[in-house]
Each structure stands twice: as C-alpha cells, then as structure tokens.
Design a protein around this ligand. Structure first.
Ligand code: ADP
Length: 914
C-alpha cells in the first residue's frame, strides 16, 4: 500500500516537475535577450511588470520574464546564476507549494524568484525565517539583488520602534521571524487607531525551514499577556468554601454505595473531584456566601470561572501543605522542589493555584497575568492568501502539510547528483559500547583530516559527548542553540580538515557546511570595504578562493563531510536534517547512526525486536548489529511516534479552530469599528436590537395584553436605561397599542435622548467617544472570553462522567460563551452610551482619553510557551494537566518507569516539576 502510494505520489511529483521544466525552458530561452540589457534597462523591467500587472497581466503570465530578470540580476550582483533546479523550486513556491530542496542547494537565492515576482503585485511579500539573525542576514544579502532591481526590502525584529516597523511592512519585501509576524498581527488587533497598525494584509509568505515552523513550533501558540483584572476578592471568598465540604474516606466505586462526604482526592493525579451530592452542596454554600446567584448552577457557561476557582481552592486546601509542597517566606508562597527539597523562588503554580494557596495562607494575593491575545502558527499562516514553504526535509511530513495547510510538497531534484553514502545503523547492546564506537569513528576521521559533524538528540548528550572528546584530547566545537551569530561562525569552520563539531538539532541552521570551510564572510568583508578599488577587490577575492581550493580538495579526498548520529530522533525528519548537511552540491560525504538498545526510542518501541535478532545472531560482547532489517524496524518505530505526534497536533488544532473562528469574527468587527468613519449607525442598530430584546422579554411577540408585563418594562427602562416613559399609562389609555407599537415608542424615545446628547457635545467628539467605548468593550470582553475558554478547556473533562464527548461539549459551550459575549458587548456599549450624562465636548474628549488609558494593561509579555500538554490532556479526557503531570504520553503512575525509557522513575524524569 505504502509503496503503491509512493509510486502515485512519485508520479504526481514527476508530472509537476515536467510542467515546471517547460517553464524553465521558456526562462532559459529569454536569457540571451535579457542578458543584453543594460543595468538600468534591467531595473526598469520592474516598473514595466508593475504596469502590465495593473493592466491585467497575471503574475503567472509574467513568471518566465520575471524569473529571467531575477536570474540576470543574480549574475550581476552576486556572480551567481540561479540553477535550473532553483528555477523549479521557485515555480513550486510561486504555485503555493512546499519545495523540498536539499541543504546547500541554495534556498536563499531560490526564494528571490517568487519573492520578486509576487512583490510586483505591490501587496507585500513576507519571507519568514527561523531566527532574527537569519532575517537580518538574508534581508541584507538578498536585499542587494532586490535593490538592484528597484525593489525595497525591510526587516521586522523584536523591540523595533514602531515607525521603523511600519516602514518595513510598507516595503515591497519584508523579512522576519514567524514569531514577529505573528505577534505583529496580534498587536495590530489591539491598536486603538488605524494609523498605529503595522501590517498591511497577509498576501503572500514564503516560509523558510517550513517544517520547523509549521510542525515543530506549531505545537505551542503565540500568546500576549498582561495584567488587568483583579480577582483577589473571589480567591479570598472562595477559600472559605473547602472547609465546609467533607472529604470522603475513599474514592466512590461503581455498584458500591457512595461513601459519605462531598469530594475525594486523587493524590496521584493531584486532583480533587466533587461527587454529585457534593456538587449540590457546594452550590448551596456558594449561594449562601453570595458568590453564586441562588438557584443557578455552576455548570452554566457563565459560571465556568467560578467552577474553576472552586476546584483550585479545593486542591489548595487538600493537596498542598505548608512546609511540604511550599513554605511561607516573607509573606510569599515559595514552592519546594519535590525531589531536591530546594526552594524555587519566583516560580508560581499556574491556573490560579498559586493565588488559591496565597488565599489559604492569608498572604497577599498577587495579581494574575491575563492572556490578551493568542494565536497558533497554523492559524496565522492559514490566513495568507498564498503560502509557500521551503525546507530540506518535508517529504516525511507531506501528509500533514497537505491535511492541515493544504500545502503540497514538491521534491526538487538536486542540481548535481547526490553521492553521499548513507550507511546502515549500527546497534550496540549498551550505551558505553555505543559511545566507544562513536569515539573511534571520530578519532579516525580527525586523524585522516575528514571533518565530522556529530548530532545528538539533547543538550545533555551533547555535553556528555563533549566531555568524552575532551578526555580523549580531541579538539571540538559545540553548537549552542541560542547564539545564532556565533553559530554561523562555527558552521563556517565545520568543513575544515579534521574539524569536529557537535550539534543538538540541525533544523533551521540556515548555513550550510562548505568543504574546506566557508570563505564567504571574508569575501563579503572585502566587497563591503569602501577603501578598496574594484580591481583590488577582485584580486584579493581571487587570492582567498585560490588558497581555499587545495583545502577543499584535501577534504574531498578525505571523504567529504562525515555525519555521525548518536541516537535516532523520534522523527525521521530530524535525522534527515542531520544527514542532509553532508553531500551538498554533489560533494562526497557519508553518514552513520550509532544506536544502543538503551536509547529511549529503542527501549520504548523497537528494543525487543532488535534484541531478539541480536540474540539469535549470538553476537559477541561489544559487537554491533548492522542490517537493513534493523534499520527498518527502527523506522517503523519512528513512524509510530510521528503518527502519535501528528494526532496530538491535530487534536490541538481542533480545539484551537474554535477560538480561531471566534477570533476572526471578533477581529473583523473590531476592524470595522476602527476603519469606519463613524460608528453612529452601527450603534443605532445595536441600540434598536437591544431594546427589541428587552421589550420582547416583557411583551412577547404575538402575545395578548394579558401576558404583558408593562410595569416591569417601565421599571427596567427607568433604572437601567435612564428612560422615563409612562408606558403603563399609555397602554391603559390606548387599548389598540400592539407590542410593536410599544417597541417603536421606546426606540424612538431612546433615539431622541441620544440625538440630544450629540447635539450637546457635537458630532465629532461624540463619534470619537462612541468608537472608544466600543473598542474598549470589545477588548475587555474578548480578554475575559479568552480566559473563560482557557478554563473551559481545562475543565471540560469534568463533563466526561456525564457520558459526553468533551470536544463536542467544548465547541457547544464555547459557542454559547461567544454569543453571550457578543450580546454583552452590545448591551454594555448601548447602555453605557444611553446612560452617560454629558455636558460638553471637552468633557467627552476627556472621557475618551480616560477610556483608553483605563484599557492599558501593564506588564505586557510575549510568549510562545508550552501549553499543548494541557490541551492534549483535555482532549484525551484525562484529568487536566497541572504543573506536576505534564505529558502527552499515556497516563503513568508517579512511581512507574518513565515511558521515555530513561530508566528513571516517572516522577524523577518527565513527570518532574519542570
Ligand atoms: P540552503 O539553505 O539550501 O542549504 P543556502 O541558501 O545557504 O543553501 O546556499 C548554499 C550556498 O550555495 C551559499 O553559499 C550560496 O551562496 C551558494 N549558492 C546558492 N545558489 C547558487 C548558485 N546558483 N550559484 C552558485 N552558488 C550558489
């Protein structure tokens, strides 16, 4: 089946390439003609393309010429002529697909083709890189070509002054990281003035290292948080409840009489559960304490937050004890590390647990951070009208790209044939044997002058290996994940004879390893040196290249770059990224993975099978097994893990889709408010609708007069709307009045009051005020809604025992919450505007400013943080994740062996407080 599918996919790939090759033929045919143009004529092509586009020529039709122009520009600016393979990839990117292209094939240069073409449309093209260093580097480097062709380039980076950022977005082409683009989108949707927004729509994006960004990083959303709302009082009130509830002696069991009491405690999962009876009892108490309106249920969507507060208070009172889990120090709750006993100053439990413990201990309750806005990369990138991606490794995830992003993957053939030798895995029984073999291999390469890149799966292992190399007196460099610039330097040297480089994860390094070392930096420095004449520059560069040539030959003779994997990663893609560093542009190279039966992946998924094979072969001590069948069973294990991770991401997305749809609706409305010249008409409509709801609540449509509650309506209008209307009298006097007549009377009266206000303060000021009130209401409501959704997501499993599907329940209630929120916004805005007493324009203008100031949140923070486990656990209907049990793996006991295969107990490994 798989091979059948592969064949099918393969042939689809071939068909696409055939189509693209025809285009490349056209582009190549244009070369003589384009080459004959002067620099100025070449640059003038850009305007010509823009004009033709404006007159209706499509980008597709412009493609051959535009690509030919870019290639010519590349030749003149960089002395690099886009390979035909880069043209193929460029077409794939322009068609909104993912171009899988091996490392060293020149993705950076390839991207210039579709970027230039699409920038002709003048709507902005975004180039997304994995880090700021690469964004700056590529913008500067490729910017020379765009500039030469008359296009502008900008970069967006964190903490950039707003004007600069806007200029960057206004440029034809904008480089930046996925985080920065995503956060700017969210920030734009929090602005109060149209002119403060940064982006100008999401037209076309090319995502570099698309697998890292859309798959690895997509597991966690972007979050903007800040301090706003204060729930101190509720925490204190709620803290009185747990002592009034009784703990059951044991957990209730089906078919057995329920033990006396209200709740039971599950120490293992660190959860407290209420019984049905306990639930009712709790509602009574809450009503008595006036926390919950009498007769209302905690299960109603609008009381979700209360439910959450209650559960946290129960946990704080029954699972967390002073001088065990925490100490009280200088009026603060300090967490004690469960295993080391160390104080973890500054750390706080999440989800309000910390505040609940603070309430219990009677110390000051610290203000919570609130989510102000959030989005996942999946949902951000799906908003672009067109999306293209490039990477060396997409094939293994092609299904996910298709399924989630509707992105098709096209495998671009290499410019020169690949000659890297990928050797079979060697599997050892124990870790020491494995490392021994790795050391021998490294030493051998080093002594023969062959550069080696050693990949590890964790920082821990890379340190371990570095220690071994140090002991063995083998000089080496370790790639550190955070120092991108320094990293580029290490990578530039990694191809020098006998160099040893250790790296943890080769994803998105963006700099390829050149045999004999890279001299590009030196060359660039010479180019940039204004003190040198062109002739001097050429001379120096030639000298550098001439000196490099024999070194390059030497490394080639030694076998090119050697790749050593010290463990297999959960995902084949990451292994391929590592392998892909060798064999660039037809270079020689080789790779081998060394494994042991003690590796995590082997222990969990493939160990037994491989061990059985090893035993059958009766291998002597220290002797590895190396066979295709072993490599295949490891691959099967990896596929299993990949499949599971895909499911987790998909689950996550299903939950996120709900808030995504709502976010789109809300942001669209918010933008309407921001963009409209006046919101007066909208407010009029909202007011009419709100009044209609109110009137119909008292005078149901189609009802007879006996069913009316006119006195009730009159009272509410007076109290809530400041509208004194003698409705009772009117109805008594005129027996012919229908409920529709009454509605018209009220609406008209409200409109009159409203007009009087406008007349008093002037249209201009009033209009500003209206807009400000609306934005403020929308933002406050949305923030509250986001945290309700959070609580809902974490609490939805509670519905599990009512035999309900949590995901369906989540969707239903989220929808209810959302429509409730929209109604609330409407009523708040309308009532506020109706009841506000105004005297002058100045007073209203002051109020407008105050509104906006009030909405300012403090301590705004940007996170791209881990919260996927919380979702995963909600999705699998298990107890909600908290700080102690965070794992997407099946539920394990604290004392069980950790499923990662470390051999440690779960509570000392992945179940540990992070
Ligand atoms: P990738 O991201 O695909 O691994 P890079 O974009 O880093 O590759 O490019 C690898 C190297 O190949 C760079 O040094 C670049 O200058 C060089 N290169 C790319 N395209 C060409 C070309 N058409 N002609 C000559 N050199 C090229």
């Amino acid at each position: 089946m798989v091979s059948f599918l592969k064949k099918l996919i393969g042939s689809r790939n071939d068909r696409l390439l055939k189509q693209y090759r025809k285009q490349v033929g056209k582009i190549n045919g244009l070369e003589p003609q384009i080459s004959a143009l002067s620099d100025a004529e070449l640059a003038a092509k850009t305007q010509e393309f823009r004009d033709r586009y404006a007159q209706g020529t499509s980008l597709d039709d412009l493609l051959p010429e535009a690509f030919a122009v870019v290639r010519e520009g590349g030749k003149r600016v960089f002395g690099m002529r886009h390979f035909d393979s880069q043209m193929l990839g460029g077409i794939a990117l322009h068609s909104g697909k993912i171009a899988e292209m091996r490392t060293g094939e020149g993705k950076t240069l390839m991207a210039t083709l579709p970027v230039y073409l699409n920038a002709i449309a003048g709507k902005g093209v975004h180039v997304v890189t994995v880090n700021d260093y690469l964004a700056r580097r590529d913008a500067q480097w490729m910017g020379r070509l765009y500039g030469f062709l008359g296009m502008t380039v900008g970069v967006v980076v964190p903490q950039q002054p707003n004007e600069e950022k806007m200029a960057s977005y206004a440029a034809d082409i904008t480089y930046g990281t996925n985080n920065e683009f995503g956060f700017d989108y969210l920030r734009d949707n929090m602005e109060y003035r149209l002119e403060d927004r940064r982006q100008r729509g999401l037209f076309y994006a090319i995502v570099d290292e698309v697998d890292s960004i859309l798959i690895d990083e997509a597991r966690t959303p972007l979050i903007i948080s800040g301090q706003a709302e204060d729930h101190t009082e509720l925490y204190i009130k709620m803290n009185a409840v747990p002592p009034m509830l009784t703990r059951m002696a044991s957990e209730p069991k089906p078919q057995e009489p329920e033990p006396e009491g209200d709740f039971w405690v599950d120490e293992k999962s660190q959860q407290v559960y209420l019984s049905e009876a306990g639930h009712e009892h709790a509602e009574e108490i809450l009503a008595r304490l006036e926390i919950l309106p009498a007769g209302e249920s905690l299960y109603e969507p609008r009381h979700i937050a209360l439910m959450h507060h209650l559960m946290v208070a129960l946990r704080a009172n029954n699972l967390f004890f002073r001088d065990q889990q925490y100490v009280v120090q200088d009026g603060e709750i300090v967490i004690v590390d469960e295993f080391t006993g160390r104080l973890m100053v500054g750390r706080r439990w999440s989800d309000g647990l910390h505040q609940a413990v603070e309430a219990k201990e009677g110390v000051r309750i610290q203000n919570e951070n609130q989510t102000l806005a959030s989005i996942t990369f999946q949902n951000y990138f799906r908003m672009y009208a067109k999306l293209g991606g490039m990477t060396g490794t997409a094939d293994t995830e092609a299904y996910e790209f298709q399924e989630i992003y509707s992105l098709e993957t096209v495998i671009i053939p290499t410019n020169r044939p690949m000659v890297r030798k990928d050797q079979n895995d060697q599997v050892f029984k124990t870790t020491p044997e494995k490392y021994n073999a790795i050391l021998l291999d490294i030493r051998d390469c080093h002594e023969r002058g062959q550069p080696v890149l050693v990949g590890t799966t964790s920082i821990e292992n890379s340190e371990l290996l570095a220690g071994l190399l140090k002991e063995a007196k083998l000089p080496h460099e370790v790639l550190n994940a955070k120092q991108h610039a320094r990293e580029a330097e290490i990578v530039a040297d990694a191809g020098k004879p006998g160099h040893i480089t250790i790296a943890t994860n080769m994803a998105g390094r963006g700099t390829d390893i050149v045999l004999g070392g890279s001299v590009e930096k030196q060359v660039d420095a010479i180019h940039a040196d204004a003190a040198l004449s062109e002739a001097e520059k050429t001379q120096r560069i030639d000298a550098i290249r001439a000196a490099w040539k024999p070194v390059n030959e030497e490394v080639k003779a030694a076998g090119g770059l050697r790749i050593i994997g010290t463990e297999r990663h959960e995902s084949r893609r990451i292994d391929n990224q590592l392998r892909g560093r060798a064999g660039r542009q037809g270079d020689p190279g080789s790779s081998r993975f060394y494994l042991s039966l003690e590796d995590s992946l082997m222990r969990i998924f493939a160990g037994d099978r491989v061990r059985a094979i090893m035993e059958r072969l009766k291998l002597p001590e220290g002797e590895p097994i190396e066979a295709g069948v072993v490599s295949r069973s490891i691959e099967t294990a990896q596929r299993k893990v990949e499949g599971r991770n895909f499911d987790i991401r998909k689950q996550l997305l299903e939950y996120d889709d709900v808030s995504n749809d709502q976010r789109k609706v809300l942001y669209a409305q918010r933008n309407d408010v921001l963009e409209a010249s006046s919101v007066g008409e909208t407010i009029g409509n909202l007011r009419d609708a709100a009044i209609a709801d109110l009137v119909h609540a008292h005078l149901p449509a189609g009802s007879v007069e006996e069913q009316w509650d006119v006195p009730g309506l009159q009272t509410v209008l007076a109290a809530d709307w400041q509208l004194d209307l003698p409705l009772v009298e009117m109805v008594e006097k005129d027996g012919n009045l229908t409920e529709e007549d009454v509605l018209k009377i009220v609406q008209q009266a409200a409109a009159d009051v409203y007009s009087a206000k406008i007349a008093l303060v002037g249209e201009e000021s009033w209009s500003q005020f209206e807009r400000s009130v609306m934005l403020q209401s929308i933002d406050t409501a949305w923030r509250e809604h986001l945290s309700s959704l959070d609580f809902l997501r974490q609490g939805i499993h509670l519905r599990g025992y009512a035999q309900k599907n949590p995901k369906q329940e989540y969707k239903r209630e989220a929808f209810e919450l959302f429509s409730g929120m929209l109604d609330r916004i409407r009523d708040d805005v309308v009532k506020l505007l109706m009841t506000v007493r105004v005297q002058s324009a100045e007073q209203v203008e002051e109020a407008t400013e105050a509104e906006q100031a009030q909405n300012q949140v403090q301590n705004v923070q940007y996170h791209h943080s881990d919260y996927e486990e919380a979702l995963a656990s909600a999705a699998t209907n298990s107890p909600p994740a908290d700080d102690t049990v965070r794992n997407a793996l099946p539920k394990v006991g604290r004392n069980d062996p950790c499923p990662c295969g470390s051999g440690k107990k779960y509570k000392q490994c992945h179940g540990k407080l992070s």
